[in-house]
Design a protein around this ligand. Structure first.
Ligand code: ZN
Length: 497
């Protein structure tokens, strides 16, 4: 192990090469780091080293050894260290704007994305451990990822959150006040977060990248104010403004009702990024309306998507707003759609993108009604799929990319071991708190296949079951089912527009 002061020099060398840290900022950061580690300057020059294994891991080991931090505080401390060598928020904004004005918007977003990776704000070391695969179904491919980088809360955390009484600052994980926030037991450190201002529909918003990178250049547009999510005409105006500024990205909003919405409804925000999500590659199933300005039809996809396309931004906006207003009040009892019971149930997951010089608005029709038979939601995965996905089906899943919980990685391994063991002991399985929920899936595999299974076959069969669950989940979210009756009802709805 090098002396800590040598490692600091390696870090400064890394920052000058990868984070564009200037000479003056290097000197400044050196003193901040020497103070943090209570170290003297090194005589040696920094060398190119691997950021994680040869720099940060060493600094963390040193900090633990000197009792500067306790176990469990590693990531927060790493973020603090990286925050000292990441260009200031103001410099990132001015560089972004300079690139945007002189070299184009794509160069500017590349810059912000690369800074977000180089500063370890996006922890590539964790993201590379995620599992990702694609599978082909009736209406095109679907992507599945088991995401290990989004931390699962441990009981200690949950308890700390529950007993928290004070006023919360920042109010949520999306508030602008996260810039430079040192983090707590329940809130991630954000010294390396960098954002750029954008104007959407005449309002002040900011753009940042998601630290969890569910797909390429996964970004988030966030309202400068902590105001709740709401889908209305302004939503469409903001989404269309965004894709006009960033034509290489899409931007979509989660629905504004529980069950069919995302995990944060308290702060208005949208998700965007590269147009790599499976739904984008799908054509029209049927064009229902066409005039000089817009084309509107049904997308050939697993759930119920109205697609509006046209060069005239205002016309696309106007049509999207009409669809929303019609849908919110629309009931068709023949296919079980009720707009209201005691509450409102209909909403939309809207996604805007550019296709050449045309604006495209994909409106996924959603309904969050529950009944006695479907206590979790009529258009939500039924209980037998909760072992795979229980949370709300947000826009990323609705567009064909399943982000499954990290726990599944270990559980898949365990399922394979159980399947290759020869005799599956279902009584024992019922007692196993982690595997209980997968019992019906294991029983199906056992019933459908000759025993014993080898490891490779068992793995294939388990993954196949997960894939099938994903397709079924997508079809559950369809308010108009993909059968004759459902599609006729879908066309009836569009004709009312
Ligand atoms: Zn907030």
């Amino acid at each position: 192990m090098n002396g800590v002061n040598e490692t600091i020099e390696h870090l400064l060398y890394y920052a000058s090469e990868n984070l564009d840290l200037g000479v003056e900022d290097i000197m400044y950061a050196r003193n901040q780091l020497l103070e943090l580690f209570q170290a003297q300057p090194s005589d040696k020059k920094g060398q190119p080293k691997d950021l994680q294994t040869e720099i940060l891991d060493e600094l963390i080991a040193y900090a633990l050894d000197k009792k500067m931090i306790e176990a469990g505080e590693e990531i927060r401390f790493e973020t603090k260290i990286m925050g000292l060598v990441t260009p200031s928020c103001g410099l990132v904004v001015s560089t972004f704007e300079e690139y945007r004005d002189n070299l184009g918007i794509k160069v500017a977003t590349d810059y912000l994305y690369n800074i977000s990776i180089a500063s370890n704000y996006i922890r590539l070391c964790d993201i590379k451990r995620n599992i990702f695969w694609c599978t082909l179904g009736k209406y095109g491919k679907v992507g599945i990822t088991i995401n290990l980088s989004k931390p699962e809360k441990d009981p200690k955390q949950v308890l700390a959150e529950k007993s928290f009484q004070g006023k919360k600052y920042p109010k949520c994980a999306l508030c602008l006040e996260n810039l430079g926030f040192p983090g707590t037991l329940t809130h991630p450190a954000r010294q390396t977060l960098r954002v750029v201002p954008i104007e959407l529909n005449g309002e002040k918003w900011h753009l940042q990248y998601s630290p969890y990178v569910y797909y390429d250049e996964h970004c988030i547009a966030l309202n400068d104010n902590h105001v709740p999510m709401e889908i209305n005409a302004n939503t469409f105006a903001r989404l269309l403004d965004f894709v006009e500024i960033f034509p290489h990205y899409f931007l979509g909003s989660n629905a504004d009702l529980p069950i069919v919405g995302g995990s944060i409804l308290s702060h208005d925000h949208y998700q965007g990024g590269k147009k790599v999500l499976p739904m984008f590659s799908r054509p029209f199933r049927e064009i229902i309306y066409q005039d000089d300005n817009v084309v509107m039809g049904i997308k050939d996809w697993y759930n119920s998507v109205v697609t509006i396309k046209g060069k005239n931004k205002q016309a696309v906006h106007k049509m999207a707003d009409r669809v929303l207003k019609k849908w919110i009040a629309y009931s068709d009892e023949s296919v079980g759609i009720l707009a209201y019971t005691t509450d409102r149930h209909n909403t939309i997951t809207p996604i805007a993108s550019m296709c050449g010089d045309e604006f495209v608005m994909d409106l996924i029709l959603r309904n969050n009604r529950t009944d006695d038979k479907h206590p979790f939601g009529i258009y939500h995965p039924t209980e037998d799929m909760h072992n795979i996905k229980k949370e709300g089906i947000g826009l990323i899943e609705a567009m064909g990319l399943f982000v499954l919980p990290g726990r599944l990685q270990a559980e898949i391994k365990e399922m394979i071991s159980i399947l290759v063991s020869g005799e599956v002991d279902f009584i024992e399985l019922k007692e196993n708190p982690r595997m209980q929920k997968h019992m019906h899936m294991i029983a199906e595999i056992v019933a459908e296949n000759n025993q014993p299974l080898d490891r490779l076959t068992a793995r294939k069969l388990v993954l196949k079951k997960i894939e099938n669950a994903c397709f079924r989940i997508l079809e559950c979210t369809a308010v108009f089912k993909n059968n004759e009756e459902g599609q006729e009802a879908f066309i009836r709805f569009i004709k009312t527009i």
